[in-house]
Design a protein around this ligand. Sequence first.
Ligand code: HEM
Length: 428
Amino acid sequence: MAATVVDRRRQLVSLFARLRRSNGQANPLPTYDHLRAMGEVMPAPWGGFLVTSYRLCNRVLRDKSWLVPDRNWRTRQEDADRWSSPASLQISDSLPMLNPPHHARRRRSLGNVFHQGSLTSLRPSIEKAVERLLDRFIEQLREGPADFVSLVGDEIPVITIGEWMGLPSSDYDLLRSLTHDQVHTQELFPTSTERALSDAATARLRDYFSELINERRKAPGDDPVSSWIRTWDELEPDRAIVDETVHSLALFMILAALETTAHVLSDAVRLLLEHPRQLDLLRQQPELVPDAVEEVLRYDAPIHMISRVAPSDTELGGVVVPEGEMVQLMVGAAHHDPTEYADPHAFDLRRGRGLHGGCPATSKTPASHLSFGAGIHYCLGSSLARLEATVLLDALLKRPVRLRISSAPQWAPRVAFRRMGSLQLALA
Ligand code: HEM
């Protein structure tokens, strides 16, 4: 029995080591199959539990009683370098790391940020940026292979969110590179070098947004930061708390919007080029673009793991998760769970229309994906991310060029936040 436990721990360590290598990142699906076959809920060798099935990831996300790892939880952990670092504590003040009742108050203050009206007004400038970036990209392709990630995929989200927040375009490169560094703290196994990068980026982002808030206080406009200052000045008498709250909101909007959306944009192009029949289908039926975006989000979500903390000793899939223990919801694996999705490794744009949908054994309709989470922390920027992806694919399909992948995409060695470092394309 003891040997079995030791074997399972070894197996998990080796599977996660594989996931972090470039071939594991290029195709994590065999590792996910292996993990799901080992169990729906398993103790992780590094602490906490792993949840691999769709049914349980979905259940935990929708159950309000499960908590997020907030500041209290972080400061109680023995590994202070990991959990009480400046970067970790800064993240703990952001909206997705607040638990009830603090979460509801802050989320309510934001309202529906990306309602239909605001999306309609953002659309023309996204379209303009996409056309400009594609013109430049295709011009470069005429000279030889070019990197879609740096020239297009990484650019669209920073331009979109930067324009929305009224930030100078000269700051976009800085914000993008600080975001790449900051995200390390949210990974499953950040190294000490990555944690130091994350702390340094957090300090610089702090200065950046503190200055921005000072400027917007002096000269308020009709931008979101000025509007959050106005809202919070009415809700909260203490000006220092207001500034801190607005700071966390502004910072998190940047962190939440850049890498995640960039992944969907570049990955959509990668997946379509790797599945030429699906690309042909999309060319014949461009009305399937929104379906294509949903299938990209299911097939390879930008965030493959979401954390929750057990509120009390809680039974989950036959395993008792002790109070205060963290569970890693492996949504990347859950999205390929064959009990929810028929032929889950097939990249199929019509899946949502039921043509290749739910589980044949149970005749269930296909489950909606968990890429934007579910429950009280459901992503506030989902409609903006979908809009950016739709505009990009619409624009690409209208171009008369044919593309091909000219060398294998490069992946960052992560397990939670997917990041393609480069996607070299050439004219076909
Ligand atoms: C494809 C792009 C995106 C993906 C995959 C994504 C994913 C997620 C996920 C999984 C969560 C829930 C985290 C949890 O439950 O712990 C979340 C929350 C959030 N996202 Fe996104 N996101 C994306 C884009 C954006 C954008 C563009 C914005 C804003 C401009 C944004 C703002 C937020 C905010 C504010 C929350 C916190 C909501 C809360 O805790 O109440 N996201 N996102």
